[in-house]
Write a protein that binds this ligand. Structure first.
Ligand SMILES: [Ca+2]
Ligand SMILES: [Ca+2]
Length: 95
């Protein structure tokens, strides 16, 4: 299992460097995961624990980082307003 270290910031998952984490970054990560597991092509940006492979440990880190990012949109009461999270906003926008 992946150990959570709350003292270190979550790994950067803004893979396309546009200043936000949204559906584009999720697609980027999934592409990298598939490329590695089917074609052995390693995208170091997506090897979040720097062990030379992209596997479920990196998926877990990605999800952790995404949740940490989502929580940065939480209100003062700790509630997360889903529609304010960019990834969710972009899904609404395509409808
Ligand atoms: Ca991004
Ligand atoms: Ca890895």
């Amino acid at each position: 299992m992946v150990g959570l270290n709350f003292n270190s910031p979550p790994p950067s998952i803004d893979f396309n460097h546009d200043g936000k984490v949204d559906f584009q970054d999720i697609i980027y990560f999934v592409d990298a995961y598939i490329n590695f597991n089917q074609h052995s092509i390693l995208d170091p940006a997506c090897d979040l624990n720097h062990d030379g492979i992209i596997d479920f440990s990196d998926v877990a880190l990605f999800v952790d980082a995404y949740i940490a990012y989502a929580q940065s949109f939480a209100t003062n009461s700790g509630k997360i307003i889903l529609s304010e999270i960019p990834a969710v906003k972009s899904i609404y926008a395509t409808k």
